[in-house]
Design a protein around this ligand. Structure first.
Ligand code: G3H
Ligand code: ZN
Length: 274
């Protein structure tokens, strides 16, 4: 069943929902299998790398079709977009949710453009995520600021936009390969107490398992995970190729990586739930 984030948050308000970055059919189908096995809702997210690899009007309908056939609730979400054209296209092809990432802009520009995206999205029942503060990247090739979210700023942003959910920077960093992020739970608690909006944590591959559980209790509704599944896929694909040096059929080579992505997604969802 395809639903937007507001629907997911309303139906599932006891702990956070996992959002996984997916890059094609193989990982998307594995994530949905994981969610169905655990009877959990899930969010499939298309980021800019995925969009550059497969145009939104190709990957969107494929993910939407998988979501509609799933036995659990699934949102199909455009992740970290800064491009109005992409956001318009995502809405047009039926994404149930979009993120406008104005974290690298001034507060005023971020507010103005987020409002514009909400005006485009809401008439189509598409939910909108935005970011205040800036979750940095461990990869030096990505030039992004590292700015912790101030509770007062989050409140001002929410009051000015009425956004459906808000990504905050409280100690996570994108693309970490080890679970060593140091979450500032005090900051998160102050934001949650001050701003009555579902909160989103990005860069959650780096969050230790015991802290994934604690996030829900601190007002987090959506936990974004990407690198962990990319590692699961890439490492097992390498293994499959080394183990079967004469095999050239990609469908056969993808079997092990797909199983491993499903296992990794299930492990994260189990770590999140209380
Ligand atoms: O928006 C996507 C997430 O923030 C993914 O971050 O790759 O560090 O898990 P991650
Ligand atoms: Zn992110």
């Amino acid at each position: 069943m395809l639903v937007n984030l507001n629907h997911l948050f309303k139906q599932h308000n006891n702990y956070a929902i996992a959002g996984f970055n997916v890059y094609g059919y193989e990982d998307a189908v594995s994530v949905i299998k994981a969610a169905e096995n655990l009877k959990e809702p899930v969010i499939l997210m298309v980021n800019r790398d995925a969009e550059n690899h497969i145009p939104l009007d190709i990957i969107g309908p494929m993910l939407i079709s998988l979501a509609k056939k799933a036995s659990v609730a699934v949102s199909v979400h455009l992740d970290h977009s800064i491009c109005m054209k992409s956001i318009e296209l995502a809405i047009q092809v039926g994404f149930s949710s979009v993120m406008f990432d104005g974290s690298q802009l001034s507060k005023e520009e971020n507010i103005g453009l987020t409002r514009k995206v909400i005006a485009l999205a809401h008439p189509h029942d598409v939910s909108v995520e935005a970011e205040i503060g800036s979750v940095g990247y461990s990869d030096p090739a990505v030039k992004a600021k590292w700015i912790y979210t101030e509770p007062e700023e989050a409140l001002e942003f929410y009051q000015a936009t009425g956004v459906d959910c808000l990504a905050v920077a409280v100690g996570t960093v994108h693309r970490m390969t080890a679970q060593t992020a140091n979450i500032q739970f005090d900051r998160l608690k102050r934001i949650h107490e001050m701003v009555k909006v579902p909160l989103v944590i990005h860069g959650s591959t780096g969050v230790p398992d015991e802290d994934l559980k604690k996030l829900s209790a601190s007002g987090v509704s959506k936990i974004n995970i990407g690198t962990s599944l990319r590692m699961a896929f890439g490492k097992t694909l390498r293994q499959a190729m080394e183990d079967q040096p004469d095999e050239f059929d990609r469908i056969k080579l993808f079997q092990l990586p797909m199983q491993e992505v499903q296992r990794a997604a299930e492990q994260k969802m189990q770590a999140i739930r209380p």
